[in-house]
Design a binder for this molecule. Structure first.
Ligand SMILES: [Zn+2]
Length: 306
């Protein structure tokens, strides 16, 4: 067992076989929790991690934060009991429309209020849109409608926000940040260290066939992405340029759909001609030095400037 920086995990549905790719069985959840317990991990509230980042306090390697995206009923019916049994806190990110319009799979406002005794409720949009496909105006409308209803029913403002589908672009992030959240969470594989950006925190999904030990072995790579930062309209990724303080000369680049390649770092920089055409709407680029990684998710931004 290797402790390597703090890790934030995401769950979605619990014991709900209808959706195998977003489901976690109760047996799997218990296995995760037993692993944390047996190996000295400390499950802490998201607020503790965010506060440590903001006050530049040390981030212990054994910290684990548990989040639940979407306010599905299966959490209330199945997942919650295990969180209670182990005394593990959680932060649930609420898709407001599901509860407000009483969609079948979603918890009611009353149920949400009830589970607040065991975890925190945070914001996950009004209508769960693909945010990069909305105009600035439509995006603001979604935030404002969702935040107003959240506050009306729950009597508090959320502290944190997670992007629907984990999708964001520089434009989407800039708009999200105007709503005063103390932290924003993505859905990129990675870890959290003292240099991590509270407005771009990596989270690892523990759904379907997840590999907990593998996720826990990742460290965060301190990385400054110069390019690419967005998908160009022609779908080309021309080059990659990332600065890191790493002293290593060996690194790796992984591009989803194109695979992995070893690269040589000069002056602590990843500088590589890529020249690949990307056909997907979303592409993941991961750079690594040993088990330290930094991930960039590229999304087509319908209203972006490039
Ligand atoms: Zn979601």
């Amino acid at each position: 067992m290797v402790w390597a920086d703090a890790h934030i995990f995401i769950y979605h549905r619990f014991n709900d076989d209808r959706y195998p790719t977003t489901n976690t069985s109760l047996q799997e959840l218990r296995n995760n929790f037993e692993y944390f317990k047996a190996n000295g991990y400390e499950v802490v509230p998201l607020s503790k991690l965010v506060n440590a980042l903001k006050t530049q306090s040390p981030i212990p390697d054994n910290w684990v934060v548990l989040t639940v995206d979407d306010n599905y009923k299966s959490f209330y019916q199945h997942g919650l009991a295990l969180f209670k049994e182990y005394g593990y806190p959680f932060s649930m990110f609420v898709m407001v429309e599901g509860t407000e319009k009483k969609y079948g799979d979603y918890m009611s406002w009353e149920q949400l209020k009830e589970i607040r005794a065991y975890g925190s409720l945070e914001f996950h949009s009004f209508a769960h849109p693909h945010m990069a496909s909305l105009s600035d105006e439509a995006l603001r409308e979604d935030f404002e409608k969702g935040l107003a209803l959240f506050e009306k029913h729950l009597g508090v403002k959320p502290h944190y926000f997670s992007y629907p589908y984990g999708e964001f672009t520089p434009r989407v992030s800039a708009i999200a940040r105007t709503y005063g959240f103390e932290a924003i969470l993505n859905q990129n594989t990675g870890a959290v260290a003292s240099f991590s950006d509270p407005y771009n925190l990596d989270r690892n999904a523990l759904v379907g066939k997840s590999n907990l030990k593998h996720s826990l072995s990742y460290k965060a790579l301190d990385a400054q992405w110069i390019e690419p930062n967005t998908l160009l309209k022609d779908g080309m990724i021309q080059s990659l340029h990332v600065k890191t303080p790493s002293k290593s000369t060996k690194g790796g680049i992984y591009i989803s759909g194109h695979g992995y390649q070893d690269v040589t770092l000069k002056n602590s920089e990843f500088k590589q001609e890529i020249n690949k055409k990307i056909n997907q709407e979303r592409t993941r680029i991961m750079i690594s030095v040993g088990n330290a990684i930094s991930t960039k998710l590229l999304i087509k931004d319908t209203y972006g400037t490039q």
